[in-house]
Design a protein around this ligand. Sequence first.
Ligand code: GLC
Ligand code: GLC
Length: 816
Amino acid sequence: MRYGHFDDQRREYVIERPDTPLPWINYLGTEAYFGIVSNTAGGYSFYRDARLRRLTRYRYNNAPFDLGGRYLYVRDDATGDFWSPSWQPVRGSLDDYECRHGLSYTRIASARDGIRAETLYFVPLGETLEVWRVRITNERDAAADLSLFSSVEFCLWDAQDDATNFQRNFSTGEVEVADEVIYHKTEYRERRDHFAYFACSEPLAGFDTQREAFLGPYRGWDRPVTVERGAASRSVAHGWAPIGSHHVRLGLAPGESREVVFVLGYAENPRDEKFDPPGSQTINKRRVRPVIERWLRPETVAAGFAALGEHWDRLLGGLRVTTPDVDTDRMVNVWNAYQCMVTFNLSRSASFFESGIGRGMGFRDSNQDLLGFVHMIPERARERILDIAATQKTTGGAYHQYQPLTKRGNNDIGEGFNDDPLWLVLGVSAYVKETGDETILDEPVPFDNEPGSEAPLYEHLLRSLRYTQHRLGPHGLPLIGRADWNDCLNLNCFSDTPGEPFQTTENVSGGVAESVFIAGQFVLAAKELAAIAELRGLTGEATEFRAAAEKMTGVIVEHGWDGAWFRRAYDFSGNPIGSSTDDEGQIFIEPQGMCVLGGVGLGDGMAVRALRSVEQRLATPHGIVLQQPAYSGYRLELGEISSYPPGYKENAGIFCHTNPWIMIAEAMVGNGERAFDYYRRINPSVREAISEVHRCEPYVYAQMIAGRDAPTHGEAKNSWLTGTAAWNLVAITQWILGLRPELTGLRVDPVLPASWPGFRATRVFRGATYEITVRKPAGTTGRVSYLLVDGERVDGTVVPPAGPGAVVRVEAVVES
Ligand code: GLC
Ligand code: GLC
């Protein structure tokens, strides 16, 4: 069952009814001012940091879902009837409704009783504000006297504090209303130099800024007393809960349309110019007033919205494909790329599932996210890499996360995740392959942000590798530390105290648990670094790294192979995990993917054997589960993985992040049919048809889909901010479609499903545009036989870089 449809032409998802299974959200903002917005206008806004600079409130885990938002109320002043054009919060019946989520904007349109309202929400480029442009049309035969009310509930900036520190918060709230603009200025009197404002383009019939005055005692947002009676009370908040609400009266002739613009924004003043007049407590509005005036003008709004569209044209224009599969095309060309950009902007901070007060930027998460956006914004990828690398410790180890505002690492959610450092090698390698920019390797980067400790980035990569090499366990496999990619495999933890955090607790010292996953990742990283060393003329080091990869491969073959698949780990006591010797957790997906990605078992049939085991034991129609059989109960020696009920999250859920590793592995062994089949199983656009089962947005990936052991098999959770986005884009574009940046050029080496006759693509690579056509006899599965580059035959499958501005025609021919 569907709740909407894709409008591919306009790059929008159109939601046709408001009562989606979960709030289906979108993101506003691309630079500094951000917000989440649902299909019923729920959500909130913040400046840079969802926790520390939250503009508006939102209540997670609420009933009904998704309350708190950018709400409007339309009131028919003749009858007193009122409703929300976005359905929530009034939830009155609408004669029609449509929400169009587009690229950094959302448009919600509806009609009731002959009054149509269409609202466009977006954040203009280069501004720290959001625009709500409302168009109200009277489609009746008679004139209509209407009231329009806006509303937002201000957050007192620190979202964590806002939701907990009531002894203080109920007394600190402050606003100003000047020239019909509502200013929220809690704590501006003291150390803050920033405030929020909420303005309207029309003359006001009234306003409110005190929540209780607007809603009325013991009323909710669904039935504000102000709206019910049709008159605002001009309340000025002192303490309690400051809000912003404008009241506008509109008399509309039959057929008449009116546009009303609301602007909600964030502004800062220099410390010594905070007040006007100086010495007073009144906000100095000299800087902000012209901004407000400009954005309340319809021409500015129209131009700002057009510029946003051009921005997305530029970002998405560098990689476009036309394949026989519409679900592939729309994900690659629009939604998957868009999700990668949103994930770049927000890391794991703010979604319907991430409260915005939790996590900073993950070291491993950020390095992997990079894989999905480096081709769209290489300069930002460069900056991100240098930021991440600057948090690396001198040991080569990593803080597990860092805060975007300070860019410093911290151990708040644990340390010693031994896979972390290796992701830096993989991230940098992807950057250099995409851009050809080797200068980044010489860039001086400090350790632990310590001035004076700078060393070339290349040295950081070397230390990443050494970090693993110096931390090997009894079998010669890398020590796992707190955990590896799987945060929940806590083999050195042994927690039996409720609520104790699995990632920071270590009740037994001297942990020697080992990870086959990190071993595979090491092989991959060592080979990548060898290629980079070679590029720099360091052949000695290159040879050394290759030998190290070779050696680790030997260890995996000896101690990491279970007979029909790769083992997952060895626990504290030296027992294998992910082995047929156990009755649960016999086979895990991660090492099957990562070992093959590292090239382990490609020559001797182990890779193919392992992938067959994945197909037989882990694959379901909804995707590939993380392990089988699920752990039926808590196991002290395994930690968090066994804390989840079977089928959820790391305990045998379909952890979508890992599925592309298998797609890539299948492509590497030449099995395009199966690689693409797996790709489609979790492709959100394919799953649109079963939205009542999947329940999350059909236009973006979710972190998890419930596995076969769960009663809700097929139900997705944790959409939007997940490493799944980057890896799926890599799997489909670089391995299945085979358009793969390499150090020496752009490889064109697709591994396609048999039925495809080929595909076309435009790929911008190092400034040149490649117009690529792949031709293959349908019904065959062969690999590229030869390339024609501008008509000239080229051996192999690598197209050399053509230089900025060039347009190159590439034909890849597969002979049957
Ligand atoms: C979450 C974390 C990621 C981890 C994964 C598996 O997605 O952000 O770092 O690898 O869970 O546990
Ligand atoms: C929980 C989640 C995991 C996440 C971790 C860190 O363990 O299951 O997916 O990576 O928390 O926040």
